[in-house]
Design a protein around this ligand. Sequence first.
Ligand SMILES: [Zn+2]
Length: 508
Amino acid sequence: MAQAFLATHGIDLDAELAKMQSPDANPQSSPNLPATATQSSTGLPIHPTTLPTSIRNVSLPSRPGTHDVTLNPNTGKITYIGAHDPEIALLNLANQEYGNAALLAPSLCHPHIHIDKAYLLSHPSHSKHQITEGTFSEALHITNLAKAAFTTQDLLERGQRVVDESVAAGVTHMRAFVEVDAIVGFKCLEAGLELKRLAEREGKMRVQICAFAQLPLFSDSQTNSWSEEAKFHDSEAEKIRSLMREAAANPEVEVLGSTPYVEADDERAKRNVEWIVDLSVEFDKHLDLHLDYNLNSSSEPLIHHVVATLHAAHWTEKTTDKTIVIGHATRLTLFSAQEWTDLKIAIGDLPLHFVGLPTSDLYMLRTPERTRGTLDVISMIREHGLNACLGVNNVGNAFTPQGTCDPLSLASAGVGIYSAGTMKDAEVLYGGVSTRAKAAIGFGSIAGNPIGEDGSKEGEIRVGDPADVLLFGSEKQNWRTRKSVAEAVYFYDCCRGRRGFLGGKATS
Ligand SMILES: [Zn+2]
């Protein structure tokens, strides 16, 4: 009787008991692992078989009423969704969580965060460098001073703060940039990989490390104004290319990234793009490009060369489900409707995504240089049919002193930034820090969830989806509890009472 009843709730009692008795039944619980990874090399845990978790009495996106949802940590999937049924509370054969009608939504994601430069303004090793002018050039100067003094210990401490505060916010997936150059060598990369292994071993978060060339690959500091401030550590372009190639061969590095905008001229910027595209194809890695970071209408947007280079390299045929993310591309805010249409056509079937970085862009917009805008991700998605999401970029440093590690704060701020106040807007904004952000960095298909080609709605939770979800906190007075995605976006909750689940297991 109990067995049949549990089966309707996605719980196979026989299978669970058999697994509990079998020492061999140790499936990985974290989904979407790189094909090359093994349990030991990624530091992923060997979980003892765990009972499913039944999250009771929750509100779900786009569904009326309250529901019970079963997460299976052995498969990492959602195995059951049904109308809330108080009767199952009498049985004790699943771990039970109680939502009290609070929202259960897809978990959050950082698609773009510079983990090695986080919290420089507050860590004792670097806090002597504070912002006194608030200019872009000062931010570059302060950050380069700090970077020259990075130690493994302070990288680990600052990075761990990013992980801890992100987990508390309900982030389950993150793309973290770690810089690779002649001065830091692999110091940032090694610290990033250590943080990744620990976070994944503890089941807190899936961390995707991007080996990132922030400095030029084809210009030296004598010809380059971007690195003029840091002449004491010459970019040594050739050395960086050599280090990046070595990083690309590391199976734990899942993404390669570069910064064409720091090159001395357009010709070198194009070479930067071509080189990093070729390297990504050769090693079958995701690609992340930081480019077109200006508001100069007379400058040629590099995005066109990126798209042409990706097609010429036969990206979709030669890589296995690897995505391309474009960040910092403020130049595109000057595009006309026709230019967006032309770009959408040129992109074609490339898995190319844009990430808006509004908190960083708006801070720099107000600096005396006034050279930044911010991508309107809502209209890019709605009007131009592009893939776009939102990222924190920096936190607690001279490029972005304000903000938190909570991506939902970006979605909430986006209501004002993009004048996007409808409930549908709020759902797109939530997707921008959740499902759309995950799709951008290669976790799950955007066609499989937010777009709705199969009839599903933005951010809907379905049986068979990865059990990566976020349960919002409940309040004593029921009407104060956030029960819809719109309420979660409108009424920022400062992370109170949130609980994240990764692959069906609680992350905190
Ligand atoms: Zn960035």
